[in-house]
Design a protein around this ligand. Structure first.
Ligand code: C2E
Ligand code: MG
Ligand code: MG
Ligand code: MG
Length: 278
């Protein structure tokens, strides 16, 4: 199914993007070719529970090392993928890769959870939940081992299918996380409509939270709000021990960030899992 999608995409006349400065322009066709040539990879950033410093899972983050363009930042190629429609093929690849990795870890008795970033555009095909649940089952994985992260987006209100799909996924045990919380459009409305299990407080509030009363108020309010709705909270971008302590003190559930680990390669993540199990 994946290669058929790529074939279809290649037949479409893709819009070239303008280059900036000396940077050669990257087009959607380059990204499609990169997927076919296996130039993309995933790294895994650990996530910790703050009550006991326990490793609770990872977030998969896409990387593209291109022989032509060098290391392309995910913000660049994800946006390109979203604008060109390549995002469906890209997300299919990420999910297949994560499922294969979870299954390899299970075989080594290193069962864990992985969060995958989705784009809202991925939630337009009503068959998505059934397909995903089938893949998990084929690999003998529990739906609870997968967390889907969604960044709030302005057009979420207009996509009726998306809500339907998210409810189906949640009803079947897959966890749903609202990413970069507080930076998007109508966050509170979405919190009410979508059955999220996790709220990720955006990095910018975490970065300023020790030294700025406004950020502190926002972080505390997010945690209180989430807990009243029985949603767990994750602080993104924790870089110092002081920040971590302050988050612990106000009852934040989980954290991720350079203070613990940057996104890791598969061998590094595997070592970490082994160290936890042994
Ligand atoms: P995100 O989902 O909010 O991911 C967190 C970003 O923060 C990652 O950037 C991560 O490397 C970075 N980060 C983690 N800890 C720290 C820290 O302590 N300090 C700082 N300054 N940064 C930290 P990355 O990998 O560059 O990804 C950027 C964004 O691209 C992601 O934001 C996500 O929205 C998107 N993205 C990445 N991979 C995928 C993917 O497979 N699919 C989709 N749809 N989006 C993706
Ligand atoms: Mg994320
Ligand atoms: Mg995000
Ligand atoms: Mg985020």
């Amino acid at each position: 199914a994946f290669s058929r999608k790529i074939q279809q995409l290649l037949q479409v006349q893709l819009q070239p993007k303008a280059g900036t400065g000396n940077q050669p322009a990257i087009t959607a066709a380059d990204l499609v070719a990169a997927l076919q040539r296996n130039e993309l990879s995933l790294c895994y950033q650990p996530k910790y529970q703050l009550t006991d410093n326990k490793l609770v899972g990872f977030e998969a983050l896409a990387r593209w090392k291109s022989p032509l363009f060098g290391q392309v930042p995910p913000t660049v190629f994800i946006q390109l993928a979203e604008q060109s429609g390549v995002i469906d093929a890209l997300t299919d690849w990420v999910l297949a890769e994560v499922i294969a990795q979870l299954s390899r870890w299970s075989e080594q008795k290193l069962s864990t959870c992985v969060a995958v970033n989705l784009s809202l555009i991925n939630l337009q095909n009503i068959n998505f939940p059934a397909r995903l649940l089938h893949e998990l089952k084929c690999h003998q994985l529990q739906p609870q081992q997968l967390v889907l992260e969604l960044t709030e987006s302005a057009f979420m209100n207009e996509v009726v299918t998306a809500l339907d799909i998210l409810i189906r996924l949640r009803m079947n045990g897959i966890e749903l996380s609202i990413d970069d919380f507080g930076t998007g459009y109508s966050s509170l409305a979405q919190l009410q409509r979508i059955p999220f299990t996790e709220l990720k407080i955006d990095r910018r509030f975490i970065a300023n939270f020790l030294h700025e009363a406004e950020s502190q108020a926002i972080v505390e309010t997010c945690i209180n709000l989430a807990h009243k709705m029985h949603i767990r909270t994750v602080a993104e971008g924790v870089e110092t021990a002081e920040t971590l302590q302050a988050l612990q003190a106000i009852g934040c559930d989980y954290a991720q960030g350079y203070f613990f680990h940057p996104p890791l390669t598969v061998p590094q993540a595997t070592e970490l899992l082994k160290a936890v199990v042994l």
